[in-house]
Design a protein around this ligand. Structure first.
Ligand code: IPE
Ligand code: IPE
Ligand code: MG
Length: 249
């Protein structure tokens, strides 16, 4: 075992961690602030988590930033979130680029996403396209069912024969065909559900739920989650690998 920072086994770091950044509204309400203040406070949590992800050497970090269901929120909150995501890009893309981080956005780029934000998304993706240290994947206007529907639409449009519809054919038509499935999904704020996040990809992901509200989440919470992950047995439907029990704790 190659012990690295904070007792993490560096030889078994997950390649891909996906976070459901939840609890911003409750964080704000507890402080008598507007819900949008909670989203704003989530920025520090996000970029501290990104730093932690770089420290432990994750290859992929996916963050759920806006779901296909989040359009049902009050218009002011939706507008805030659109502007906020644009500001996140303008504030952080050069720094991320300098650190070798590739930025991706996964989700529907439909008419509901403001044009200016779309332009910033495209520019950020282009700026960082050749970076290989880590990919920061924003699930934005993202829905797991929408992703599967979009993949099925492509299968039909590509005239794929019935007998050729398999895991590989579907995977090739997901939003990020080269993305490894998340090894670990972390959801904050004490909610125990997926809320339409990466439905195809989480088939064998380990799940960790924490009561921490997203604006309070820091790299140490990511490290805690990774240590807990390293204590789990991933069997993928096979037989338990006994010798791994308790390792990495
Ligand atoms: C998550 O925080 C951020 C988004 C969904 C955009 P919430 O806004 O869902 O916060 P809670 O769950 O209401 O506390
Ligand atoms: C999931 O959180 C979506 C994001 C974090 C972007 P929600 O707060 O929207 O999920 P529900 O409504 O509690 O299931
Ligand atoms: Mg929520």
């Amino acid at each position: 075992m190659a012990v690295g920072i904070e007792g993490i086994d560096m030889s078994r770091v997950p390649a891909h961690v996906a976070c459901v950044m939840d609890g911003n509204g409750r964080w704000a309400e507890k402080r008598g602030l507007a819900r949008t203040e909670g989203h704003a406070a989530g920025e520090e949590a996000l970029f501290d988590t990104v730093e932690g992800a770089l420290e432990v050497g994750l290859s992929w970090l996916t963050v759920y930033a806006f779901s296909t269901e989040n359009w049902s929120r009050p218009v002011d909150e939706v507008r805030f979130l659109m502007n906020f995501n644009e500001q996140i890009l303008t504030r952080h893309r050069d720094d991320l680029n300098g650190k070798g981080v590739r930025i991706l956005f996964s989700g529907r780029r439909d008419w509901r996403v403001p044009r200016r934000l779309l332009r910033h998304i495209e520019q950020s993706e282009a700026l960082t396209a050749t970076n290989r240290r880590m990919t920061l994947n924003f699930a934005f206007n993202y829905g797991g069912r929408a992703e599967i529907i979009d993949a099925v639409r492509r299968l039909v449009a590509d005239n794929v024969a019935v007998g050729k519809v398999d895991d590989k054919a579907i995977r090739a038509r997901l939003y990020q065909p080269a993305m490894p499935d998340p090894d670990l999904v972390v959801r904050t704020s004490g909610e125990y559900r997926l809320s339409n996040f990466l439905l195809w990809e989480v088939a064998y992901s380990e799940m960790i739920f924490t009561d921490v509200l997203w604006p309070d989440f820091r790299r140490e919470d990511l490290f805690d989650a990774i240590r807990e992950y390293q204590g789990r047995d991933r069997r993928f439907g096979g037989v338990q690998a006994k010798k791994r029990r308790g390792r990495g704790r």
